[in-house]
Design a protein around this ligand. Structure first.
Ligand code: NAD
Ligand code: UGA
Length: 458
């Protein structure tokens, strides 16, 4: 069976880059991306300097494939019906109401897509679950499709995405693995192979793993949980370093040099952010409770508790030092995105820390190279231009530092790593505090220039 017409529902951080990379590597496929957010589609069709997502290398790929074999359109129904393969890459946030509120994944978007596909399809299709969803979602999709449309045949494949923001293009071009989960029936195997054939255009076959639906869904949650767990482990030790005088980067290096442990994801930080770690670990906790495994649930829940502890510990440390020495509470926050090289700020530690500082009477001046002012205000829950007097957003590091008594670096942007914070003391009202929330700046060189120089372990 040769299917060359693909539709992707969801033009976000996953749908956009993933389909762009497939289009780039598979010129014989025609790919159409749709989204219920019309302005997002318009932005994808607009100037490449202003795509809805900032991701290194993305605009070059979009320039190469857009309107050749990759199309962004608001014509959702027609695009779905014409396609033989439909990727569902919609957001699956944590539920805010109903059963499982605050823990389980909200699958409303997936259900809406499934119902629409079932309702409007006039031909057989392969449905690819690209969104991260709990174990059993593929089965649910199958039963909804069957209950609404018994004329066409649908095969459901789980193909979770492992890209990380900021390195998405490289991750998609050279993934560690591609996971494809499907039914063990003949039709199921054929569908899994059709999806595998797309990836085989540029990915070595030994990196493509075929599993059943449930293993594929659980492996995605498990991978994110393991990564989050490593960060919480190192962050928990940074608190112990603060008490004992050990240095967290030395501990991290020593531990990571054990080849059984490995060095990646052992960078201590002010706490992990991003749209997925928290929601996916919560999802795992919910699933464990649902299957009556309270010990398993509690184990993973602690990964999140440590993350909250780390953010709170950091914010309190800043407040305490200003209060102790009765210094005017005015600080510059450098970095709003949850990591460098993305304009995404979902669950960024900067949000919690800034909220804490604002509520403790600090004047805060924020600068980020890529996150928009509107996004920062939305993250802080500030609407209708009701920006409080003690909050400023600047368009350069220099402006953000002007008049401050302290500098708090929260994202590891290269622009901050290379900045001359010694010369910057002349812009500050007083060089009272320098605090590095990413343990990536040579703070020792600043000791003579600031009254207090701190990191995660001091
Ligand atoms: P996103 O919010 O950036 O994009 C999702 C898009 O889907 C939005 O533009 C939204 O308007 C659209 N959408 C929602 N419901 C729709 C509907 N019924 N019809 C049409 N469009 C609809 O989300 P994302 O970051 O791309 O994440 C998508 C999924 O991929 C999530 O399940 C996430 O857990 C998973 N994931 C994300 C990443 C990441 O780095 N962001 C990585 C791997 C996996
Ligand atoms: C993460 C995973 O790395 C991806 O494999 C996965 O596909 C994705 O989630 C998802 O499912 O959404 P992402 O959140 O984009 O990707 O970025 P990461 O590089 O994992 O960073 C997440 C957070 O952890 C960031 O705030 C980062 O600064 C922090 N982090 C990361 C640390 O604090 N220390 C580290 O050593 C690594």
């Amino acid at each position: 069976m040769k299917i060359k017409n693909i539709c992707c529902i969801g033009a976000g951080y996953v749908g956009g880059p993933t389909m762009a990379v497939i289009a780039y590597n598979c010129p014989e496929y025609k790919i159409t991306i749709v989204d219920s957010n019309k302005s997002r589609i318009d932005q994808w069709n607009g100037p490449v300097e202003n795509l809805p997502i900032y991701e290194p290398g993305l605009k070059e790929i979009i320039s190469a494939v857009r309107n050749k074999n990759l199309f962004f359109t608001n014509d959702i129904e027609e695009s779905i019906d014409k396609a033989g393969i439909i990727f569902i890459a919609v957001n699956t946030p944590t539920k805010t109401k109903g059963e499982g509120k605050g823990m389980a994944a909200d699958l409303t978007n997936i259900h809406k897509c499934t119902e629409m596909i079932a309702r409007i399809s006039t031909s057989d299709k392969i449905i690819v679950e690209k969104s991260t969803a709990p174990v059993g979602t593929g089965e649910k999709i199958k039963s909804v499709l069957k209950s609404i449309n018994n004329k066409n045949k649908f095969q459901v494949i789980s193909n979770p995405e492992f890209l990380a923001e900021g390195t998405a293009i490289n991750d998609l071009m050279n993934p560690d693995r591609v996971l494809i989960g499907g039914d063990s029936s003949k039709d199921g195997e054929e569908a899994a192979n059709i999806v595998a054939n797309i990836y085989k255009e540029w990915i070595p076959e030994d990196k493509i793993i075929l599993t059943n639906l449930w293993s594929s869904e659980l492996s995605k949650l498990a991978s994110n949980a393991f990564l989050a767990q490593r960060i919480s482990s190192i962050n928990s030790l940074s608190a112990l370093c603060e008490k004992t005088g050990a240095k967290i980067n030395q501990v991290s290096k020593s531990v990571g040099m054990d080849s059984r442990i490995g060095s990646k994801f052992l960078q201590s930080s002010v706490g992990f952010g991003g749209s997925c770690f928290k929601k996916d670990v919560l999802n795992l906790v919910y699933l464990s409770r649902y299957y009556n495994l309270p010990e398993v649930a509690e184990y993973w829940e602690n990964v999140l508790k440590i993350n909250e502890f780390q953010k709170e510990r950091f914010a309190k440390k800043i407040n305490q030092i200003f209060e102790k020495e009765k210094i005017q509470k005015s600080i510059s926050i450098l970095g709003w995105s949850f990591k460098k090289n993305t304009n995404d700020s979902r669950e960024s530690a900067s949000i919690n820390i800034t909220k804490y500082l604002l509520s403790n009477s600090f004047s805060v001046n924020i600068y980020d190279p890529k996150v928009s002012d509107t996004r920062i205000l939305t993250d802080l829950g500030i609407t209708d231009n009701k920006k409080p007097e003690n909050l400023k957003i600047s368009s350069s590091i220099r402006d953000s530092l002007s008049g401050s008594y302290g500098i708090c670096v929260l994202t590891e942007w290269d622009e901050f790593k290379n900045y001359d914070f010694i010369r910057a003391t002349s812009i500050l009202s007083k060089p009272f505090l320098f605090i590095d929330g990413r343990d990536f700046i040579n703070v020792d060189s600043l000791i003579k220039s600031y009254k207090h120089v701190m990191s995660l372990d001091t």
